[in-house]
Write a protein that binds this ligand. Structure first.
Ligand code: SF4
Length: 270
């Protein structure tokens, strides 16, 4: 695995600016394109300034597989919160072996112990928004500051907050282009691809975990339940903050430190 540290921070390449209008036009043109065609468009447009986010969930492993036929040298990164399941790391290692990938590990500024010292033990139980901000959102922003576009495995049918996802769009939070090649795919299409090509996937998916995040915030999903109901169960939280859209009314993302009050300009991403 590669670790991306501050001193290795990548400088973004200069790429042609794309307005929201241009991106909306491209999204319309690519709406019926295959995920491979969308990935190809992204790699041709952005080259080494495009990075693929991989959480090792089933959508992401499918994208990793497709990318190998298009631009295998593309940077593929994962957010290591230090709280991932052992099966997730095993999936990472199986993919790395099959495809010869060196995944980039992106880590939080604070270890679990440092976080506990500053924000208290088990922050995820008391304030999951701040925990996600510290362990996912801030590291993502820091890492992607060296790129012009990122690619994700989110799909429209995953949750009500994702129903307006376009295959290509402007990411208001990160101020960069976002590719979602699987936006219009159904779950069964992703699994068909995985099984047809023997793509390694997280075995927890076979044990009633359709969506897998950090250990403290992921539980099994019973038949008939929403696939993402196993994430932050028992709370109103449905997203970690990586895929929030401006239309959801979110403001600037910040990390609140202990004792710091929220005000109208500071709203933790939810
Ligand atoms: S998913 Fe849970 S443990 Fe992981 S960063 Fe978010 S709140 Fe913290």
């Amino acid at each position: 695995m590669r670790n991306r540290t501050e001193c290795e921070k990548k400088e973004p390449e200069t790429v042609a600016y794309r307005s929201r209008e241009e991106l909306a036009k491209v999204a319309k043109e690519l709406k019926d394109a295959s995920p491979s065609e969308i990935l190809r468009w992204g790699t041709e447009q952005f080259g080494s300034s495009l990075a693929l986010a991989c959480s090792f969930g089933y959508e992401d492993v499918a994208l990793v597989h497709l990318l190998m036929d298009i631009r295998p040298e593309t940077d593929i990164f994962y957010l290591d919160t230090d709280l991932l399941f052992p099966e997730t790391y095993q999936t990472r290692d199986r993919l790395a072996e099959k495809y010869g990938i060196s995944f980039i590990r992106v880590s939080p500024r604070y270890s679990i112990e440092e976080q506990a010292n500053r924000w208290g033990e088990k922050l995820w139980e008391r304030d999951p928004n701040t925990c996600c901000m510290l362990r996912k959102v801030e590291p993502l922003k820091r890492f992607l500051s060296g790129y012009s576009a990122w690619c994700t495995g989110i799909r429209r049918e995953q949750s009500p907050t994702r129903v307006n996802t376009e295959v290509v769009e402007w990411d208001d939070n990160l101020k960069m282009v976002k590719l979602n090649p699987l936006a219009f795919w159904k779950e069964s299409q992703v699994w068909d691809l995985i099984h047809a090509h023997g793509i390694p996937y997280n075995p927890m998916h076979d044990r009633m975990y359709p969506s897998i995040g950090c250990m403290p915030c992921t539980r099994k999903v019973m038949p008939g339940e929403d696939p993402r109901s196993g994430r932050w169960a028992g709370t109103a939280k449905t997203e970690c903050g990586l895929h929030n859209r401006s239309s959801q009314g979110r403001k600037r993302s910040t990390v609140r430190h202990p004792g710091e009050r929220k005000n109208s300009d500071q709203e933790g991403i939810q």
